[in-house]
Design a protein around this ligand. Structure first.
Ligand SMILES: [Fe+2]
Length: 479
C-alpha cells in the first residue's frame, strides 16, 4: 500500500500540535538526573542475564553484576521442585569475576556456567552478592533433539530504553510467556561513549527478571561500539567494554571475533549470530570475508531442521540509502545457497519483511528463499524508502514492534506485533523437501502504518522520531 502524502498528513495534525510542541520538546522521562544515584553497583546482585556458552541441553551460563566488595562469582543450582527447600538440594558453582570501571564506578561482573545439566529439565538457581543472594530464578534446559518451541525477536531498543522499550519487551513476554529464547538484533543501547552504564542499567531494568529466566541471544550493533579517531584523522571503533563482561558467549566464532560472532543450536534451530558492524565499514575488509568463511562451514555441516541468522545491519535496507553492499556480496549468496530460513536484522528503525531474492533468481508460486526481516523495538523511527515500499511485502514506520516465532517440525509461524500487542504482520514458512520453503502470507488487512508525527517546527526532517528526544531535549542522534 502506498504511503499517504507526508505533507498532507503533517498539515492535518500540525496546526493542532504546534501548540503542544514545547511540551513535547521539554519532556523528560526515566533519564537519571545529573548527580543522582540510580544504577551504582552494590552488594546486591543485579543485571542477571542468561546466555549460552555451550550445548543448551547440558549447560547454561549466567552473568550478573555487583559492587567491588564481592570478589568471588558464586551461584547455586538445583533441579526445580515445588518445595521451597531448594537450598537443601542445590550445588554451589564458582565462576569468574571481571572488574569494569564504568560511569557508575567500579563494578564486578560475574559469570558462572552451570554444566552437567539434564536435558529438558527445569532448574532453579540463585547468584551471590555480599552476604546475600539473589532471588531464585528458574530456566528449562533444551531438549537434546528437535522439539517445538517459541522465541522472541527484538530490533533496536537503543533510546529511552527504560521509558519506551520496556513496554515492548514486557508485552512480548506476556504475549508469549512460554518463549525459550530472546533474540536481540543489536543496538540494545545508544551511547557509544560517556556514561554508558546508566543505559545498560535501563536495559536490564526494562527486561528485569525476564533476563534471569529466558536466555538471550544478543548480536552487537554499531551502538555497542565506541567510535575513536586519532590525531591523523583515522577512525576506528572498539567494542564497548560492557559487552563481553555482561554477556557470556560460546566463543565458537572466527578468530578474534569470539565475543560477537557465535552460534547456538537449540532444539533443532541453528541460531547464527554475525557481527555486521565489523563487516560494513571499509576499515575492516577482512572481517566480512572471515565471517563468510565461518558461516559457510556452519551452513554446510548443519544437522538442524531450521536456520536463523541474526545481525544488525540489514542486507537490504528499509530506510533510504542504507543498503549494505558488502553483506549482499559476501553473506546473502550463502543464505540463499544453503537455505537459511530467517534473517533477523535491525538498524533501520522501521519495519520491513520480504524475501529479497538474489539477483538472477525469481519468485515462483508461493515459494520463498530466505526470509529477511528488519524490525525496531525502541522509539527511534526512520522513514521507509520508496524502494522499500515496492520491494518489501510489509513495511512499517512509527511503530514499536516485537516478534514471536513459533518453531514446529514442518513450519515456522512468525508474527510481528505492535507494542500494544496488536498483530501487524504474520507469515508461515513451510518446509518443503522438494525445494525452497513455501510461504503462507498472513499479513492482516489493516493499512500499513506510516509516520504520524506532528509537524514540529525545526524537527529533523529525515526522521520520524529522533529517539534521543525521548530522553533529553535537543539530544543528538546517531546512525
Ligand atoms: Fe544501528
Amino acid at each position: 500500500m502506498r504511503r499517504p502524502s507526508r505533507a498532507v498528513l503533517f498539515s492535518l495534525v500540525g496546526v493542532l500540535l504546534v501548540a503542544l510542541a514545547p511540551g513535547l520538546a521539554e519532556a523528560q522521562n526515566t533519564l537519571v538526573p545529573e548527580g543522582m544515584p540510580r544504577y551504582e553497583p552494590t552488594g546486591f546482585p543485579d543485571r542477571i542475564v542468561l546466555t549460552f556458552t555451550g550445548d543448551p541441553a547440558a549447560t547454561q551460563a549466567v552473568t550478573w553484576r555487583t559492587g567491588p566488595s564481592v570478589t568471588r562469582a558464586v551461584a547455586e543450582i538445583s533441579v526445580a521442585g515445588d518445595s521451597p527447600g531448594l537450598h537443601l538440594t542445590a550445588r554451589m558453582v564458582e565462576g569468574r569475576t571481571t572488574p569494569l570501571e564504568a560511569g557508575n564506578g567500579l563494578a564486578h561482573h560475574h559469570t558462572v556456567t552451570f554444566t552437567d545439566l539434564r536435558p529438558n529439565t527445569l532448574y532453579a538457581y540463585r547468584v551471590g552478592g555480599e552476604g546475600t543472594w539473589s532471588e531464585w530464578f528458574q530456566f528449562r534446559t533444551a531438549k537434546g533433539t528437535f522439539e517445538p518451541f517459541s522465541f522472541l525477536y527484538f530490533g533496536d531498543a537503543q533510546n529511552a530504553v527504560k521509558s519506551h522499550y520496556s513496554r515492548t519487551v514486557r508485552q512480548a513476554a506476556l504475549d508469549r510467556s512460554d518463549a525459550r529464547v530472546m533474540v536481540h538484533a543489536g543496538d540494545l543501547v545508544n551511547l557509544r561513549a560517556g556514561n554508558h552504564d546508566d543505559e545498560w542499567g535501563e536495559w536490564f531494568d526494562a527486561g528485569g527478571w525476564l533476563h534471569g529466566m529466558i536466555p538471550s541471544i544478543p548480536a552487537p550493533g554499531n551502538h555497542e561500539y565506541v567510535d575513536e579517531v586519532d590525531q591523523a584523522g583515522r577512525e576506528w571503533r572498539t567494542l564497548s567494554p560492557h559487552w563481553p563482561v555482561q554477556f557470556a558467549f560460546p566463543g565458537n566464532g572466527p578468530d578474534g571475533m569470539e565475543e560477537t560472532v557465535y552460534h547456538v543450536d537449540f532444539q533443532g534451530v541453528r541460531f547464527i549470530v554475525l557481527n555486521s558492524v565489523e563487516a560494513v565499514y571499509d576499515d575492516a575488509p577482512d572481517r566480512v570475508e572471515d565471517q563468510a568463511r565461518w558461516l559457510e562451514a556452519l551452513l554446510r555441516d548443519n544437522p538442524n531442521r531450521w536456520t536463523v541468522a541474526v545481525f544488525h545491519h540489514p542486507v537490504v535496507s528499509v530506510a533510504r540509502g542504507r543498503d549494505n553492499p558488502s553483506l549482499q556480496e559476501h553473506w546473502q549468496p550463502l543464505f540463499e545457497e544453503y537455505g537459511v530460513d530467517l534473517v533477523l536484522q535491525g538498524h533501520d528503525h522501521s519495519y520491513g519483511r520480504g524475501g529479497n531474492l538474489a539477483e538472477g533468481t525469481t519468485a515462483w508460486d508461493g515459494r520463498v528463499g530466505t526470509m529477511y526481516v528488519v524490525s525496531v523495538a525502541g522509539p527511534k523511527m526512520y522513514f521507509a524508502s520508496e524502494e522499500a515500499l515496492e520491494t518489501f511485502d510489509r513495511v512499517g514506520e512509527d511503530t514499536q514492534l516485537y516478534q514471536t516465532v513459533q518453531v514446529e517440525w514442518d513450519r515456522i509461524v512468525f508474527e510481528s506485533r505492535t507494542t500494544t500487542g496488536r498483530l501487524y504482520d504474520a507469515f508461515e514458512l513451510h518446509k518443503d523437501p522438494e525445494g525452497p520453503n513455501r510461504l503462507v502470507d498472513l499479513r492482516p488487512e489493516d493499512a500499513e502504518r506510516f509516520c504520524g508525527r506532528p509537524d514540529i517546527p525545526g524537527y529533523r526532517a529525515d526522521r520520524c522520531w529522533e529517539g534521543t528526544d525521548f530522553v533529553r531535549p535537543g539530544g543528538s542522534g546517531g546512525r
